[in-house]
Design a protein around this ligand. Sequence first.
Ligand code: ADP
Ligand code: MG
Ligand code: MG
Ligand code: K
Length: 344
Amino acid sequence: MSAVSAGSVLSAIDPDEFEVVPVGITRQGRWLLTDGDPSELAIRGRQFPEITDGAGTEVALPAGSGGRIVALDPAQGAAALADVDVVLPVLHGAYGEDGTIQGLLEMAGLPYVGAGVFASAACMDKEFTKKLMAADGLPVGEYAVLRTGQSLTEADMARLGLPVFVKPSRAGSSVGITRVDDWAQLPAAVATAREIDSKVLVEAAFTGVREIECGVLEGEYGGEPEASLPAEVHIDSRHSWYDLEAKYLDEPELDIPPRLPEHVVDEIRRTACRAFTALDCAGLARVDFFVTPELDVVVNEINTMPGFTAASAFPKMWARSGLDYPKLVSRLIRTALHRRAEHG
Ligand code: ADP
Ligand code: MG
Ligand code: MG
Ligand code: K
């Protein structure tokens, strides 16, 4: 999925404004200097593209020392990484969106687009996202946390009721998530989630809700965060919830702005900015909501590196808000460069 997003960004970046050094990461974790051909990164026949060993020459991971990059093997291209002004980590999920690569870039002294180490980690972990939002008075749903070896208590079953959603606490793209309609299905659902993360969340399911997403950008030149027009996600009828295939293969239809009363749309946009600030986000984030039949607005989660293909909600919401895809990418990069200018 990351490769698809990266392909879209590569096609949109203005070569007169920015010189791109395209680095791809293989499943095994090798960093390759690729030719950055976006057509190599498209979905083909319901198959996600992948960076494989033949895709380019290996570059060494940037190893930092006092803010200086140590080019481990300049002949192999590590020097290219050391020379960049800013890194745009178009990476979803573990090692990309969870604070680890952000930490690596901090140590290497390389400025980067998006949330820092703490916000990335906090938004990757659904337990702490909810805790931090609740601490700031933001509306979140009912849930229970199952740490290693724990199982759901009778009291929690009674409190949460059925159905529930069982999720790995740290994941994304709907991986490892099961909707449970009968408690007999719970052990299998917990086992599925535990394949991804030893810590599992069991959440009370919202039924009859509408799924709304809202894009947030860090304010320009240190200003307040700004929210895009929100989008309602209409999931393809083949899917009962927003699972992986519904997200990436059977692209959902988006209503931008959603058909909701104006005061609810305003509340969503305000809440999205508050959530961005509550979690200490930077650069960009997509805040995802459930809106109940009574029009209550509840935050589901925050994604610090939201899907970024041309068909994804985040760029589409900003396009409808007056910032087209190339301008959005340019603003993200300029925000990160400005931060460096401020702190560097
Ligand atoms: P991910 O980070 O993998 O996107 P989410 O928490 O957003 O995980 O869950 C994925 C999808 O599962 C949501 O978009 C929604 O369709 C469904 N879902 C998750 N939690 C709930 C819930 N508590 N009630 C109803 N639907 C849910
Ligand atoms: Mg997510
Ligand atoms: Mg989600
Ligand atoms: K998240």
